[in-house]
Design a protein around this ligand. Structure first.
Ligand SMILES: Nc1ncnc2c1ncn2[C@@H]1O[C@H](COP(=O)(O)OP(=O)(O)OP(=O)(O)O)[C@@H](O)[C@H]1O
Length: 326
């Protein structure tokens, strides 16, 4: 379990102060994957540096499985850092070393006996599906295979936490999916706690259990994926179940409807048409599966004469959330 409490990081540039993190809090249960999404400058890299103690936060705490990292003495930082495996955008492998030797490197650095290293490397090669590539050099590997080596290397010292900083930003869509599925499988298999820093909503959609939206150093929305997706007016919901923009249309009110789970497959619109003897004009629609649940989002235009309150009551009784768009 990772708990981040009221983390602040202020940089000084001459007389100017830059508040890179402004009271960030989050809690990620063991065995789950939490996405941190934000635009450039939101504070993602600063958060990574503070979590890995490459940078000391100005205030606030980071706790992993009950042990506070932020009050670890400088002399103990290396040891504390071993509890966190890091995966970066580029695996940055050593070109002159084979796959096996790259994975062995962090274990050599901490003086692990040679025989233990060999056994652990075999285990890790199997874990990331690279048994056949133990003797290959980085130049002989694809981008996805290099990232698999990077993941194996991050897991070498049995960390509790895997911190992935834009792990798929340099990969094509198919390889991205393969790497994300591998991270998800390893999370379940090893009971890891995973934080993924990303600017891609697809990463969040595919593997995250929960998400935080970081903006100007603050978490502006957060929660389990299904919860944020159900909040119709929210920014994360709009990004998770996007609808194309539609030009203004003369006539009746435009509303957005959100249907979750079984409701997403029910004929809500025909029910509405029959009950209110009204026309419903569909402007845009999208269906997504998030954390195993179906979410349907529709933008529709109703007749000008529609009794909106009665429609809202009816839709609410059908388990549909309604937001009047215009
Ligand atoms: N060492 C530093 N000194 C001064 N300001 C800094 C320093 N590092 C980061 N900042 C500032 O802190 C804010 C957050 O930066 P950060 O790099 O954490 O954002 P980011 O979300 O990782 O962006 P990107 O995706 O572009 O890497 C920015 O305003 C940045 O200019």
């Amino acid at each position: 379990m990772i708990t981040v409490t009221d983390l602040r990081k202020v940089y000084r540039q001459g007389t100017r102060e830059v508040v890179a993190l402004d009271g960030v809090s989050m809690s990620v249960p063991k065995g789950s994957i939490h996405g941190i999404i934000g635009h450039s400058g939101a504070g993602k890299s600063t958060l990574v540096r503070c979590l890995t103690l490459l940078d000391r936060p100005s205030s606030g705490t980071v706790t992993i499985d009950g042990r506070e990292l932020t009050n670890v003495k400088d002399s103990e930082i290396r040891l504390a850092r071993r509890r966190i495996g890091m995966v970066f955008q580029h695996a940055n492998l050593m070109d002159s070393r084979t796959t096996a030797a790259n994975i062995a490197h962090p274990l050599e650095l901490v003086g692990t006996p040679k025989r233990d290293i060999e056994a652990r490397v075999q285990e890790l090669l199997a874990l990331v599906g690279l048994d056949q590539f133990a003797d290959a050099y980085p130049a002989q590997l694809s981008g996805g295979q290099k990232q698999r080596v990077g993941i194996a290397r991050a897991l070498a010292a049995h960390p509790d936490v895997l911190l992935c900083d834009e792990p798929t930003s340099a990969l094509d869509p198919r390889t991205t999916d393969e790497i994300l599925d591998l991270i998800s499988e390893l999370t379940n298999r090893l009971g890891l706690t995973v934080l993924i820093i990303t600017h891609e909503m697809n990463v969040v959609k595919r593997i995250c259990d929960s998400v935080s939206l970081l903006e100007a150093g603050r978490v502006v929305e957060h929660g389990p994926l299904q919860e944020v997706a159900s909040h119709l007016g929210g920014r994360l919901a709009k990004a998770l179940i996007p609808l194309p923009p539609t030009p203004p249309v003369p006539g009746g009110p435009v509303v957005e409807l959100l249907m979750v789970g079984d409701h997403a497959t029910e004929p809500v619109l025909s029910g509405l048409t029959r009950r209110f003897n009204t026309d419903v004009n569909v402007l845009a629609g999208s269906v997504e599966t998030l954390a195993g649940q179906r979410f349907g989002r529709l933008r529709v235009q109703l007749d000008a004469s529609t009794d909106m309150e009665a429609v809202k009551d009816y839709l609410a009784s059908q388990g549909v959330t309604v937001e009047v768009a215009a």
